[in-house]
Design a protein around this ligand. Structure first.
Ligand code: SAH
Ligand code: SF4
Ligand code: F3S
Length: 468
């Protein structure tokens, strides 16, 4: 307590507790980190739980019905905490950010009056100002405009807080694809790429703080077309392959990944980058959603199953050790047993290292929701179980195929057991092995001796075994 008072006296700012709960994709994880960064200069410090927090932010996801509903049940719990805090004479400010905020706007405050502020994914850089407004009047406060460019300019100023040796960097926002099942084009707005100089500055700053691995993020990351750096004689815009090669030259950056890509935006240069840029990890997330051309067309995915398989073949030719991950939806309107079987067949052909799979969820305002031939929930459930059984089999087989191999592992932290370290393989597999803590933050070779569905185990390779 005395520390808090002393600190408040020396900094002239009162320490406040900030709790952020993040739902949804990695882009939300990045946004939550940046919210913390813009609020830090105001004295907000991260808290592990919402009890007693001065500011609670729910950074929400609208992708499936369940995701959106979770927010309302969480708001129910927060109501009690807010009342408890109010009884001590102190307010708790509750903010709903992210994609539910964008999609539902003022409706959120009608449904849950406990909410003080609603802020969309493109305007959270204004949080300090918006929160000040709430404090001032405890009234009307809503900001869900699309001003992505202004956002990244504003975010360039506050320092980025870094937690470990890996970091996300958003390079592209929004989506113009309008897949008929998906809310993202409505919640995140039109496709937009950050200028290369801005990204380079962020990655350099991360590298200086010890980050060894960056994951470039975008709803359609391989559609990246960012303004060329100042001084580039050719000018114009750069694609993702060029950006990756450029970032790979930044001292300290050892590994680069990017997600999520769309088959339609796959170009030769990016495929080539997998062949010639060793820092680009041989693990690639390329969702296809379905294996039937009829369903792909109805989803507005703008490619066929054969075209997808062709991209996979080209990637494997360019980088023989590449592993593929994906996303699948079962039970999209009109999906027959034969269509579903085509999905199973495509999965057999690709042989995924890992793949997310979902039951189609009707999203208000998307074309899919208005289609008349919706699939029964039990049928969806049964198909999902069959698909997941196959995907699990593939994932286990992939992990087991690592046994006997030596993999470079980026150690991130101490493991659960004494003397154990925990890190990630090039394929994002969790790897546990015994080793000295000095290896944390470094890449070292591990001989893999065991594998389960979710993790690998092994022992540090000696120089001789690594060379073998
Ligand atoms: N931009 C990425 C991912 C977007 S959302 C892409 O284009 O692939 C992440 C995943 O959620 C999607 O790949 C899809 O598999 C799933 N998804 C999106 N909308 C959905 C819906 N209405 N029902 C079920 N799953 C959905
Ligand atoms: Fe959604 Fe399709 Fe855009 Fe991905 S490409 S974000 S699935 S609309
Ligand atoms: Fe969800 Fe928005 Fe990401 S809807 S998946 S948080 S872009």
């Amino acid at each position: 307590m005395t520390d808090i008072i002393r600190d408040a006296e020396t900094t002239g700012k009162e320490r406040k507790r900030l709790f952020i709960k993040t739902y949804g994709c990695q882009m939300n994880v990045y946004d939550s980190e940046r919210m913390r960064d813009v609020l830090a200069p105001l004295g907000y410090e991260p808290a592990d739980e919402p009890d007693g927090a001065d500011l609670v932010i729910l950074n929400t996801c609208h992708i499936r019905e369940k995701a959106a509903e979770k927010v309302y049940s969480e708001l129910g719990r927060l109501k009690t905490l807010k009342e408890e805090k109010a009884s001590t004479g102190k307010p708790m400010t509750i903010t709903v950010a992210g994609c539910v905020a964008q999609a539902e706007g003022a409706e959120i405050q009608r449904r849950a009056p406990v909410v003080d502020l609603v802020v969309g994914p493109q305007t959270y850089h204004k949080l300090p100002e918006l929160i000040a407004n709430v404090h001032r009047e405890r009234g009307e406060a809503l900001d869900t405009e699309f001003e992505v460019e202004e956002k990244f300019d504003a975010l360039a100023t506050p320092e980025r807080h870094v937690d470990g040796f890996t970091a996300f960097v958003t390079v592209q926002e929004g989506c113009d694809k309008f897949c008929t099942f998906c809310v993202v084009p409505y919640t995140r707005g039109a496709e937009w790429s950050r200028p290369v100089d801005q990204i380079v500055a962020e990655v350099r700053a991360l590298a200086a703080k010890g980050v060894r691995e960056v994951t470039l993020l975008g709803q359609n990351v391989n559609a990246f077309h960012g303004e060329a750096p100042k001084g580039d004689p050719e000018g114009g815009v750069w694609g993702l392959g060029r950006l990756v090669r450029h970032l790979a030259k930044i001292g300290g950056i050892e590994r680069i990944r990017f997600t999520t890509s769309h088959p339609k935006d796959m170009d030769d240069d990016l495929i080539q980058a997998f062949a010639d840029e060793p820092k680009l990890m041989p693990y690639f997330h390329l969702p296809v959603q379905a294996g039937s051309d009829k369903i792909l067309k109805s989803m507005n995915r703008s490619h066929t199953a054969a075209e997808y398989l062709d991209i996979i073949a080209r990637l494997r030719a360019a980088r023989p050790d590449i592993a593929i991950s994906g996303d699948m939806i079962v039970g999209f309107p009109g999906e027959t047993e034969a269509d579903f079987e085509a999905t199973m067949e495509l999965v057999r052909q690709v042989n995924y290292a890992s793949c997310f799979s979902f039951k189609y969820s009707k999203r208000p305002g998307t074309p899919g929701a208005a289609m008349f031939n919706q699939i029964d929930e039990t049928v969806k459930g049964e198909r999902l179980a069959r698909l997941q059984a196959l995907l699990t089999e593939q994932q286990v087989a992939f992990n087991q195929s690592m046994i006997g191999k030596t993999l470079p592992v980026l150690f991130e932290r101490e493991g659960r057991f004494e003397g154990q370290l925990s890190g990630r393989s090039p394929y994002l597999q969790a790897v546990h092995c015994e080793g000295p803590v000095e290896l944390i933050g470094q890449i070292a070779n591990v001989e893999i001796t065991g594998a389960t569905k979710n993790a690998l185990s092994g022992r540090l390779a000696t120089k001789e075994s690594a060379a073998a």
